[in-house]
Design a protein around this ligand. Structure first.
Ligand SMILES: [Zn+2]
Length: 97
């Protein structure tokens, strides 16, 4: 299977997940948590742009192994780690520049 074919497959998995969120009762959505829902929405945007499978920060191709585990991933591992660091340590942003 080519990367392109697998991305198409993962896109449909992702859109199914998004459908589930759209159709779910508020109580089901609560189980997912706001971060996951935000990620799903971001990933859906990437699909619409035709940029699914690319990192939103640095445009690098997100490895398929990562997307298989997490079809809603919108960042490569490096950018994801940076984003998480900033979330844990807000002062990082202030002194980063
Ligand atoms: Zn990246």
């Amino acid at each position: 299977m080519t990367r392109h074919q697998e991305l198409e497959m993962l896109e449909s998995v992702l859109l199914e997940k998004l459908d589930q969120v759209n159709n779910a009762l508020a109580s089901d959505v609560a189980i997912m948590g706001p971060d996951q829902i935000r990620e799903l929405a971001e990933a859906a945007e990437q699909v619409v742009r035709g940029a699914y499978g690319q990192c939103v920060e640095c445009n690098a191709s997100i490895p398929l192994q990562r997307l298989r585990v997490k079809p809603e991933a919108v960042r490569c591992i490096k950018c994801q780690q940076q984003a998480e660091q900033m979330r844990v340590r807000p002062e990082y942003i202030r002194y980063a520049s």
